[in-house]
Ligand binder design. Structure first.
Ligand code: PXG
Ligand code: PLP
Length: 440
C-alpha cells in the first residue's frame, strides 16, 4: 500500500502537543473520516475512541453539518464581527441562550477553548471593574486543571509541564487542590463519594487573600485533559455555595463537558449546579469548524454594558468571532444533536462504557478505572524510571490495532462520539484489554 507520508516533506510542520521527533520517524496520518471511523493513509480503518479530540460529538463529516458549511460558504464566507453582524450568528446566540441553564443568556463568540477561557477571565475582571470593585483581580484555578494554551488559560491551569517553559504567567493566581485521590477514589463508577471537603480549601484561599481581591474561580466540571478526574459528590455544590457567599464568580470551563459528553447540554445541567459563566468550544460545531463561546448571566453582560464610560463597552473580540461558517456548522450540529437525540443517547450509553472499562480493572498494571458520561480513563502504574511510557505505548499499540484513544502520562482516556454503537464501545475496550495484556 502506497503511504502518503512517503511523498510529503514532514519537516516544516511543527505539530502541537506532539512528540515531534518520534512522530517524524513513525508518522500517523488520517486522510478521511465518516461517523465513528477514520481512514489512515495506508488504507486502514481507525475507530475514533476520542471524538477527534473530545469534539466530534455527532461523529465525523455528518452530512447535515457538511451541507450547512457548504451552503454558508457559498452564501456568505465572512462578515466582520466588529460593528457588523450576520443573521446566522444571532440565531445561534438565541439558541444557545435558550439551551443554557438559568439566566446565562448572553453569548460572546470566540474560535477555540483557549480563547473562550481568556474571554471568560476578561469578562469576570471587567464585570467587577464595572461594579466598582476593581480590586477583584485574582483568579482561582485548580491543580491539574486544563484551560487551554493562552497565557490566561495557562495561568489558571494546573499542569506543570504546560507551564514550565513560559515564565511567571498572570500574577495573583491561586490554585485549589485537585479533586483526585487514588487511595480514596480508585475504581469509582461515576462520581466518587470521597472529596467534597476539598472545595473548602476555597475558604482558606479567601481567608488568606480576602474575598475583595478575588474575581473568579474557574474549574472544569470534570477535568478532561488531566485524565477524566470526576468531581466528588457534593464538591461542585460546595464551590457554588462558597463563591456565592463571597461575591466571587464561578466559571465552568465546559469546553469538553458541554454538548452531550455528560448526557446533557451542559455539565451544569448534569450536576445541577449553575455557575455565573460557562466557556464552551469543541462540540459546539461537533469539531467541524473552529468555534468557541462564553455564556454569561445576563446581569454580568448588562453590568458591563450599562456602566461603560465608552461607546464600546468591552474592548475585546476576535477577527473570527461568530464566523459565518462556524455559526452555520454550530446551528447544524445543534440540529443533529436534537434530531438524533444524542444527549440522551450518551446518557443511555454511559453504563455500557462504564461496564466495558471497569472490566479492565484486573489487567496488568491497572491502578484505576474511572468514568462519567461518555468518557472514561484507565490509569497504569508508571514503569520504573519511565513515567508515561506505558501510556504512550498503549496509545501506539491501540492505534496499530485500529483504535484511537488519548494518552496523558500513564492514563489512557476514552471519549467516543455520541453516535458510537454499543459494539464499538466493546471493540475499544477489547483492544485496550489486549494491549494491556501485552504491555510490559
Ligand atoms: N478548556 C478545556 C477544559 C479543554 O479541555 C481547552 C480549554 C482549550 O481549547 P482549545 O480549543 O483552545 O484547544 C480545552 C481543550 C487532551 C486535550 O489531551 C484536551 C484539550 C486540548 C488538547 C488536548 O485531552 N482540551
Ligand atoms: N496580530 C495582528 C497584527 C492583528 O492585526 C490581529 C488582528 O487584527 C491579531 C494579531 C489578532 O488576530 P485575531 O483577531 O484573529 O485573534
Amino acid at each position: 500500500m502506497r503511504r502518503l507520508h512517503n511523498e510529503l516533506d514532514l519537516g516544516p510542520y511543527w505539530l502541537p502537543f506532539t512528540a515531534n521527533r518520534a512522530f517524524k520517524t513513525n508518522p500517523r496520518l488520517v486522510v478521511s473520516a465518516s461517523g465513528t471511523r477514520y481512514r489512515t493513509d495506508d488504507g486502514r480503518e481507525l475507530l475514533d475512541g476520542m471524538s477527534g479530540l473530545w469534539c466530534c460529538n455527532a461523529g465525523h463529516s455528518h452530512p447535515r453539518i457538511v451541507e450547512a458549511i457548504r451552503n454558508q460558504a457559498a452564501e456568505l464566507d465572512y462578515a466582520t464581527a466588529f460593528q457588523v453582524g450576520h443573521p446566522t450568528v444571532f440565531r445561534l446566540a438565541e439558541r444557545l441562550a435558550a439551551m443554557a441553564p438559568a439566566d446565562l443568556d448572553a453569548v460572546f463568540f470566540t474560535n477555540s477553548g483557549s480563547e473562550s477561557v481568556d474571554t471568560a477571565l476578561k469578562i469576570a475582571s471587567a464585570y467587577h471593574h464595572a461594579r466598582g470593585e476593581p480590586s477583584r483581580t485574582r483568579f482561582v484555578g485548580r491543580e491539574r486543571g486544563y484551560h487551554g494554551a493562552g497565557f490566561g488559560g495557562m495561568s489558571v491551569g494546573g499542569i506543570g509541564n504546560n507551564r514550565k517553559a513560559f515564565g511567571t504567567l498572570l500574577p495573583g493566581v491561586v490554585h485549589l487542590p485537585q479533586t483526585y485521590d487514588l487511595e480514596h477514589q480508585a475504581f469509582s463508577r461515576g462520581q466518587p463519594t470521597w472529596g467534597a471537603h476539598l472545595a473548602d480549601e476555597l475558604e482558606r484561599i479567601v481567608a488568606v487573600n480576602h474575598a475583595s481581591t478575588i474575581a473568579a474561580v474557574i474549574v472544569e466540571p470534570f477535568a478532561g485533559s488531566a485524565g477524566v478526574l470526576v468531581p466528588p459528590v457534593g464538591y461542585l455544590e460546595r464551590l457554588r455555595e462558597i463563591t456565592l457567599r463571597h461575591g466571587i464568580l464561578l466559571i465552568f470551563d465546559e469546553v469538553i463537558t458541554a454538548f452531550g459528553r455528560l448526557g446533557a447540554a451542559f455539565g451544569a445541567e448534569r450536576f445541577g449546579v449553575v455557575p455565573d459563566i460557562i466557556a464552551v468550544a469543541k462540540g459546539i460545531t461537533s469539531g467541524a469548524v473552529p468555534m468557541g463561546a462564553v455564556l454569561t448571566r445576563e446581569e454580568i453582560r448588562d453590568t458591563v454594558v450599562d456602566n461603560a464610560p465608552d461607546a464600546i463597552e468591552l474592548f475585546h473580540g476576535y477577527t473570527y468571532s461568530g464566523h459565518p461558517l462556524a455559526s452555520a456548522a454550530a446551528m447544524a450540529a445543534l440540529d443533529v444533536y436534537e434530531a438524533e437525540g444524542l444527549f440522551d443517547r450518551a446518557r443511555d450509553l454511559e453504563p455500557v462504557l462504564e461496564e466495558a472499562l471497569h472490566a479492565l480493572a484486573d489487567k496488568p498494571n491497572v491502578i484505576d478505572v474511572r468514568n462519567i458520561g461518555l468518557a472514561g480513563a484507565v490509569e497504569f502504574a508508571p514503569r520504573d524510571g519511565a513515567v508515561g511510557a506505558r501510556g504512550s505505548e498503549a496509545f501506539e499499540a491501540a492505534f496499530d490495532r485500529g483504535v484511537l484513544v488519548r494518552a496523558t502520562g500513564d492514563i489512557v482516556a476514552v471519549a467516543p462520539p455520541l453516535v458510537v454503537k454499543e459494539e464499538e464501545i466493546e471493540i475499544i475496550a477489547a483492544v485496550l484489554g489486549s494491549v494491556l495484556d501485552e504491555l510490559g
